[in-house]
Design a protein around this ligand. Structure first.
Ligand code: ADP
Ligand code: MG
Length: 571
């Protein structure tokens, strides 16, 4: 094929892909524009996960009538003038790419009015081509409406997740900016229902209440790095870390509760997550992650935000200084605001057993072995032999004797399998065992969790949850699966919703099942009575695939009598 130069429209659509990946990216760009325009009130409305409809309205500076068309040209920006300005970017936008990228892949209408204009301007573009322009009254500010996202590049639609998932990502973007700009009143409505409205009073704690609810906000500790104290004379004295972090008891299953802003730009950064996690070292159970909302204020010359078209990542000139600044500020906040003995209580009660299975094995065999010498009987026999319980070691493993040697049962994994099978049976028989709550409990959700919960109410009902909407951000829980009775089902539900937001809908059922199974299961480190151990082993024997937990980890390992004889030099 001969070489052709692509036409302008095709180039625009290809380039748009880098900025506009999904509805949430459109919302992010439009909200950033509104913030750059100095708005104190921003309203975001989406329908159909943002694929059908997105509208962002602000009361910012507006676009002067004679510049409205220009704003939709590629690389047209009012925020920088030359490449020199790239070294000191203080606005969120600067690439002049968002509006042209969005228009390349969707139908867009803008209605804007700047201070000096007597009338507002309405401009409509379909797939980048202007179809309408007229004067229309409106107060100062801008409204951008985006319809039929990816109508012009349908291939993109295939890469989107389900509507609730896309909606939850939109909610996440708006929530993040609500946290970064507590002085701006942000409103989000999804399919006509208000999901978030922040007061705009200017205190971070108000933003946290609005986004995460009162219960979480009550456990947040302020972070305010003492400027210069530990870094006098260093460039880091110009780095300031402010915000709030959760006390260790707020530990969450995912990293989605860490929000980072650099000079108030929302970024994702592994370096920063790692710095925060380091600060919590020893305070959180393994697998738990902190809640944090942190702004790192740093001279613009120290960072490069121009490494990614979506501007969601930044590069630091001096990574290790930033890392240290964040880690110390957070650690200091944790240590200063929690009485020391309490930290230790938390640390010990949260500490996992110091022995892994491998060390246990070494203890048993008296010499170094690697885990591969541990025999897992799964491929040989499908069901478990009848076992005689001998005792428990390390409060985590049940020791049992069987027809061919010694067996160690991982009590947590085994119990998970037992619960999983029981839930699955109830589900198949369409007869979930339910525990009604004496009084219905209210369950508060973040906008992001709300979007998922609404979409999975029916799935949850199949397992015995009876939940109904109760206001915008709250649900009423009337019953829970009997297996969760007496447990902290609300924590389980919260974790589950976070997990589901990253999963495709086809896997939800499986995740719900695994989550209920795991949540109330006996933990490692929990002492069990002889009766409890026997009952657990009996139930495991009844399972259809007793050798692994629902996540695929082994529930049981065996040391055969042959191995024992070899170990003792008797063969
Ligand atoms: P960038 O934000 O990188 O400058 P955009 O394509 O997002 O590029 O926007 C182009 C220009 O349009 C901006 O520089 C700004 O002058 C103007 N603009 C866009 N949205 C708004 C808004 N909500 N209020 C005022 N001006 C806006
Ligand atoms: Mg912009």
């Amino acid at each position: 094929m001969s070489i052709n130069i692509l036409d302008k429209q095709t180039v625009a659509r290809i380039a748009a892909g880098e900025v506009v990946e999904r509805p949430a990216s459109v919302v992010k760009e439009l909200v950033e524009n509104a913030l750059d325009a100095g708005a104190s009130r921003i309203e975001v409305e989406v329908r159909g996960g943002g694929i059908n409809y997105i509208r962002v309205t602000d009361n910012g500076s507006g676009i002067p009538s004679e510049e409205v068309e220009l704003a939709f040209e590629r690389h047209a920006t009012s925020k920088i003038k030359s490449s020199q300005d790239l070294q000191s970017i203080e606005s969120l936008g600067f690439r002049g790419e968002a509006l042209p990228s969005i228009t390349a892949v969707a139908d867009v209408e803008v209605l804007t009015c700047a201070e000096k204009d007597t009338a507002g301007t309405l401009l409509a573009l379909d797939g980048g081509v202007i179809t309408r322009r007229k004067n229309q009254a409106r107060p100062r500010g801008t409204t951008v409406t985006v319809r039929d996202l990816f109508r012009w590049v349908p291939a993109r639609l295939k890469f989107l997740k389900s509507i609730p998932t896309e909606g939850s990502r939109v909610a996440d973007v708006v929530s993040q900016y609500a946290l970064a700009y507590p002085e701006v009143s942000l409103m989000l409505s999804v399919d006509g229902k208000e999901k978030l409205r922040t007061s705009g009073r200017g205190r971070l704690i108000d933003g946290i209440i609005d986004v995460y609810g009162v219960a979480t906000a009550g456990k947040m500790l302020p972070v305010d790095s003492p400027e210069g104290e530990w870094s006098a004379g260093q460039p880091s004295s110009q780095i300031k870390v402010t915000g709030m972090v959760g006390s260790p008891e707020l530990g969450r299953a995912g990293r989605g509760y860490m929000s980072f802003f650099i000079n108030r730009r929302w970024v994702s950064s592994r370096l920063l997550s790692y710095a925060v996690e380091e600060a919590y070292h020893g305070l959180l159970m393994t697998g738990r992650h902190p809640v944090a909302v942190l702004d790192i204020s740093i001279p613009p010359v120290e960072i490069d935000v121009n490494i990614h078209p979506a501007k969601s990542e930044v590069k630091f000139r001096d990574e290790s200084t930033v890392f240290r600044a964040v880690q110390r500020a957070v650690r200091q906040a944790l240590v200063a605001q929690m009485p020391v003995p309490k930290i230790e209580d938390v640390a010990t009660s949260y500490k996992a057993s110091p022995y892994g299975l491998q060390q246990l094995w070494e203890l048993a065999s008296g010499e170094e072995r690697n885990a591969s010498t541990v025999e897992c009987p799964q491929p040989l026999i499908a069901s478990l032999p009848v076992l005689r319980v001998v005792g428990q070691v390390l409060s985590s493993y049940i020791v049992a004797e069987g027809p061919d040697g010694l067996y160690l049962v991982d009590q947590h994994a085994a119990h998970e399998r037992v619960r999983f099978d029981s839930m699955q049976r109830q589900r198949q028989q369409r007869h979930p065992e339910v525990q009604g709550l004496l009084e219905p409990a209210t369950f508060e959700v973040t906008p992001r969790q709300g979007a998922i919960l609404k979409a999975c109410l029916d799935d949850l009902a199949e397992y015995g949850f009876s939940i109904e909407e109760f206001g915008d951000r709250a649900y009423l829980v009337r019953a829970v699966p009997a297996l969760l009775a007496g447990d902290d089902w609300s924590a389980m539900l919260r974790e589950l919703l976070d997990e589901l937001s990253g999963e495709s809908k086809s896997r939800w059922e499986e995740r719900i099942l695994a989550s209920i199974a795991c949540h109330g299961a006996v933990r490692s480190g929990q002492a069990l009575s002889d009766d409890e151990m026997r009952s657990l082993v009996r139930q495991l024997e009844q399972c259809t695939s007793p050798h692994t937990c629902p996540h695929g980890r082994p529930t049981i390992v065996r040391l055969s009598s042959g191995q024992l004889e070899r170990e003792f030099g008797r063969s």
